[in-house]
Write a protein that binds this ligand. Structure first.
Ligand SMILES: CC(=O)SCCNC(=O)CCNC(=O)[C@H](O)C(C)(C)COP(=O)(O)OP(=O)(O)OC[C@H]1O[C@@H](n2cnc3c(N)ncnc32)[C@H](O)[C@@H]1OP(=O)(O)O
Ligand SMILES: Nc1ncnc2c1ncn2[C@@H]1O[C@H](COP(=O)(O)OP(=O)(O)OP(=O)(O)O)[C@@H](O)[C@H]1O
Length: 781
């Protein structure tokens, strides 16, 4: 069999079953590239519908660079060539494989499969974070990838000779023909418009599958603005089931009725299909009044418009309905904000390339249940691009662990801090036990809305990462992914101080370049990149136990020789085994609950970022738990600097932040960062004492109140209740107007707020007042 006939057979079989087939061409880079073009021609695939993702540029069809694979998301092509010679990232595989249509070919180019794992490519370079070099990156992911390619049906593997000069010669050795002799696909019946539907028939006739028509029928609820409790429609599907299109058809129908539909998604490009469907429906009804980049308008006055997630959550211009596409890739705190608005649809990919529907389910369902919303669930199963059971999709799920999930609830329900074992999950251990790997990765996916296939390589191959877990009867119930940071040599520290970025060293980078600490990159820290406890056993102390175990393990390094540091660590093997660790740290999107968790485990605030995370709208909190004297020095000076800049940044860039975030971040600042004396003058104290007695005003000595508020929010010696603390944050630190504070605290009048402010001053005088201050109290008695 020649490459030509194999390509033609694969294509014919794919077309018959409306499935895809994969063709892996291995060997010399140029030879495999030439063979890929020949295979596409021999298969008779139309050139305009083919794309190569490759660092090489000489292709007879569309070509995108290896870092631009995102451009294929949501698109449909007849063939996609992923050129793995220069780099091969799981994200690129995930994004490209879903773009191939039924009847098409997915072509993967790779070096010799037996030695692929040992080679280093450009993607490996991104994993080699200082002080590690690319040689420290292992090839475990590729080893596993090769095994899955060899095991799965529907995947042809051919070795291409270095002197390849045409598909008809014997220049290709077929290792596996990948043919499965499938049943022909059953023809798809066009769906009928359902009875009693309120959207016009043409909307339903435009649906591709019965599942999609059912989804659109349920999405009619978005027009239900009169309902007592506005509905929340959840649309879940794997990729390519037409959920974005369903939302687009519904949005088009609503706009035609004159409704204002606000659409949001983590990435504007991902809403291309949604807008395309809405626009087609308006055009078909001759109702399109205009189309701009982020807005299409109907002649009824309705529209479909896009806003980025944090802005959309403010519900600009009061939309009549909201569609959140790829909702699983957004943080829950942001999704919750849509529950205060009009009818809303959340569309999520169940087994996606970024964010997973399962995690959305686990994390967001309880918020939905607590809301007043009527919840309508829709699931689309029938694939549109290709038939159900497509072997290439099955392979991609397995190879990238897209369907990895934590253990089922029943197996871990009895886990407590007493029943679990603390363990290091080494890549070798995870690879030897596919169950464990799936459970561990499944739990990590839950930990963070942005976990993506590339994280699998990081887990298996990155020299700076290490994984610890608690296991209950062999099942992972709590997991932490730790990144080794710092220990940078002087030259690197100097470069960072001068503004150069240093990869994979988040805390040292912020300490040095943003916070101007020339020595901030010297101590060695382990940053908790991700931590997650199985949802069935949260709040049972497991997360804290895991952090406690990590601390005990790394604290044991205290007595170690401090000479084994810096660049030398790279030679000490993965994660620099044996070096002394100065601190544990963490940086995360700050919410009141998470701040409590970290503070409760002894982590102390050293920074609150002044800019918001693009996707979540949250500010990052950076916290540190020192383990050695060097770590304590670092933590101590940063805590002091944070206290010193706190008033300036809280009145400025953090003025709009949730006061509970500010309160808890400040309470987690080390008490040592606060000077022994409050430093108020006698007159300042008189103003404060008078304020406590309802006289004078905050404006008589704002700096004195600011100093006292900050002191109390860190030390808590006056033991104010939560409401009084919020008042101090909003009025004194964030400098909001009395009306705004009264409104936010649900006070009936500003007078009530001012009185509450006076009441809060009394315990401050008691806790921190000088003798003279206390004496002045006598004046009012
Ligand atoms: C770097 C990062 O990864 S930050 C992101 C952390 N991970 C996540 O948010 C993933 C989802 N959440 C989880 O997996 C868990 O809630 C964790 C890891 C945050 C905490 O693990 P648990 O095993 O529940 O911790 P543990 O039982 O020791 O402590 C729970 C305490 O943390 C706090 N807490 C933190 N997050 C939450 C939350 N979402 N809801 C309620 N309490 C929370 C509370 O103070 C809670 O105490 P309580 O139950 O008495 O109210
Ligand atoms: N009703 C429809 N009319 C025309 N094309 C459709 C329709 N529904 C789906 N498609 C096509 O099928 C493909 C998948 O649809 P869509 O993007 O809506 O699905 P999805 O579930 O959001 O998938 P993904 O997560 O891959 O973007 C797209 O190429 C789209 O053009």
């Amino acid at each position: 069999m020649t490459l030509s006939s194999l390509a033609a057979d694969l294509r014919a079989e794919a077309a018959r079953a409306n499935e895809r087939r994969a063709l892996v061409l291995t060997g010399d880079a140029d030879a495999t590239r030439a063979a890929a073009v020949d295979a596409i021609e021999a298969a008779g695939l139309p050139i305009p519908d083919c794309t190569a993702v490759s660092a090489a540029e000489d292709w007879p069809f569309e070509h995108v660079g290896p870092r631009k694979s995102r451009e294929l998301l949501g698109r449909t092509q007849q063939a996609v060539v992923l050129d793995g010679h220069d780099e091969c990232s799981p994200n690129a595989i995930g994004r490209t494989v879903g773009a191939v249509d039924g009847g098409g070919l997915y072509i993967l180019l790779a070096p010799d499969l037996d030695s692929w794992a040992e080679r280093h490519d450009a993607f490996d370079e991104t994993l080699a974070v200082p002080p590690f070099g690319v040689d420290d990156v292992t090839g475990q992911f590729r080893r596993r990838l090769v095994a899955t390619l060899r095991e799965h049906p529907g995947i042809a593997i051919c070795d291409v000779d270095e002197n390849y000069d045409g598909p008809e010669e014997n220049a290709v050795e077929i290792q596996d023909d990948g043919l499965t002799d499938p049943w022909p696909a059953r023809p798809r019946e066009p769906p009928e418009p359902p009875e009693g539907a309120s959207f016009p028939d043409d909307i339903y006739r435009a649906c591709e599958t019965a599942d999609q028509a059912d989804a659109v029928r349920e999405l009619e609820a978005l027009g239900n603005t009169a309902a007592e409790s506005a509905p929340a429609v959840i649309v879940e599907a794997d990729r390519g089931r037409g959920k974005s299109s369903a939302a687009g058809l519904a949005a088009g129908a609503l706009a035609r009725e004159g409704r204002d539909v606000l659409v949001t998604a983590p990435d504007r490009r991902g809403t291309y299909e949604l807008f395309a469907r809405a626009r087609e429906r308006l055009e078909a009804a001759d109702a399109l009044a205009g189309a701009g980049e982020n807005r299409i308008a109907a002649d009824s006055g309705g529209c479909v418009r896009f806003a980025r997630p944090p802005e959309a959550a403010d519900l600009p211009d009061d939309p009549d309905a909201v569609v959140v596409d790829e909702a699983a890739a957004l943080p829950v705190s942001l999704l919750e904000r849509f529950l205060d608005g009009p009818p809303v649809a959340f569309c999520t990919t169940v087994h996606g390339y970024e964010g997973a529907g399962r995690s959305f389910d686990v994390r967001f369902r309880s918020s939905l249940a607590d809301s007043e919303r009527e919840v309508i669930d829709i699931r689309l199963d029938e694939p549109i691009r290709y038939a159900a059971g497509d072997p290439v999709e099955s392979w991609a799920f397995r190879a990238l662990l897209l369907d990895a999930r934590p253990p089922v609830d029943q197996l871990v329900a009895d886990a407590t801090p007493e029943t679990v074992e603390y363990e290091e999950l080494t890549p070798e251990r995870l690879l030897a036990d596919e169950h464990l790997l799936r459970e561990a990765f499944g739990l990590l996916v839950l930990a963070h809305y942005r976990t993506e296939p590339d994280d699998l390589v990081r887990l298996l191959d990155a020299p700076n990462l290490t994984c610890r877990a608690l296991l209950h009867e062999g099942r992972v119930v709590s997991i932490a992914l730790l990144a080794r940071e710092g220990g940078l040599c002087e030259a690197t520290r100097e470069r960072v101080y001068r503004g150069e970025r240093v990869r994979g060293n988040m805390l040292p980078d912020v300490f040095t370049s943003q916070l101007r600490d020339q020595d901030g990159g010297e101590p060695v820290g382990y940053r908790v990149m991700r931590i997650a406890t199985h949802h069935a056993v949260r709040s049972g102390g497991l997360g804290s136990r895991l952090l406690g175990e990590v601390e005990a393990e790394f604290r044991a390094s205290e007595g170690r020789d401090a000479d084994l540091r810096g660049e030398q660590v790279a030679h000490a093997g993965r994660q620099g085994a044996g070096e002394r660790v100065d601190y544990l740290g963490v940086g995360y999107g700050a919410t009141p609950e998470l701040l409590d968790f970290w503070a409760g485990n002894g982590y102390r605030t050293v920074h609150l970022s002044t800019t918001k995370n693009d996707a979540s709208g949250e500010h990052s909190a950076l916290m540190v738990r020192p383990l050695t004297d060097t770590g304590a020095d670092l933590a101590g000076r940063h805590a002091t600097w944070f206290r010193e800049r706190a008033t300036g940044v809280i009145t400025g860039p953090l003025a709009g932040v949730d006061p509970d975030v500010v309160r808890r971040a400040l309470r987690a600042v080390d008490d040592e960062a606060v000077p022994a004396e409050a430093g108020l003058s006698e007159r300042d104290w008189r103003v404060v004492v008078d304020a406590a007695n309802g006289m004078g005003s905050y404006h008589a000595a704002p700096a004195a109140f600011t100093e006292l508020a900050l002191r109390e929010l860190i030390l808590g010696e006056a033991d104010l209740d939560a409401e009084a603390e919020r008042l101090l944050v909003e009025k004194v630190l964030q400098n909001r107007e009395w009306e705004a504070v009264a409104d936010d605290l649900d006070h009936v009048s500003t007078r009530m707020t001012m009185r509450a402010f006076g009441d809060a001053c009394e315990p401050l005088v008691e806790a921190y007042g000088t003798a003279a201050a206390k004496a002045h109290r006598g004046y009012w008695e």
